[in-house]
Design a protein around this ligand. Sequence first.
Ligand code: CNA
Length: 270
Amino acid sequence: MEKKIQRVADILKKDDVKVTFFVGAGISTSCGIPDFRSPKTGLYSNLKRLQLPYPEAVFDIDYFRKNPKAFYTLAEELYPGKFVPSKFHYFIRLCQDKKKLKRCYTQNIDTLERLAGVKDEFIVEAHGSFAKNHCIDCDAEMATEELKEQMKSKIPTCAKCEGYVKPDIVFFGEALPPKFFDTWEEDSSSKMDLALVAGTSLAVYPFAGLPAEVSRDCTRVLINREQCGDFKTNPRKSDILLLESCDKVVEQLAKLLGWEEELNALVEQG
Ligand code: CNA
């Protein structure tokens, strides 16, 4: 493992080399936010109490129209504000500070990359976030304070048309934000040195298809508990597989880069 992490460090140490992150729920499990698919601890295996016809229904726009309660039960637990970033989130921030960050594509809706200090220009929230809220019928916006207030006693409802309001997180059956497609077009057609895929089962498309589109001269790294996606079905000779916990890997990586103290300082400052 150490040798493989050293290979990543050696690439990152080179002048002008930048890293592009592709991350998922696994970078936030150490913050106390369950992922979807981990057996026993994942959200999908703990959804029995919501009595869903199938687990993904909780994030399905058609199901939400008929039964918004399931999503709002979960939203109360997942709502940003209760959690602090992990070592991994701060590692992304440190890459930014060291001018080594090209972009951070995230499937997460917890906004912990922002909380760790990663700037908007570097973040692509492929599945949206809780930052804004809209009516699913007339698209009127509802302020977050109002949404939170209504959540205390009922399903948030539009003042204009009485449609249900939901945060702008992308549900199954909804389009991804234009920023996702525009930024990927820009990034995939320019130089990419290092693609670091972490904490994702690479199961949700189109996001899951990105690592396969990374150019052949770019080194792909997978930091995950399991081998998955294109790393499994179409492995490349140059791929680096680090099947370990995300925080542990960046802890070692920071050590090899000589960034350990700075990373710890960021974590401690919170
Ligand atoms: P997923 O399908 O649950 O996969 C998570 C992956 O991470 C699995 O392969 C796990 O083995 C792995 N994993 C879990 N913990 C760790 C760890 N500490 N170190 C290394 N690997 C770990 O989640 P994906 O992100 O792939 O699925 C995409 C969905 C999940 C997106 O639409 C998200 O919106 C959604 N989601 C987001 C959050 C969040 O915002 N924190 C939480 C739960 C689900």
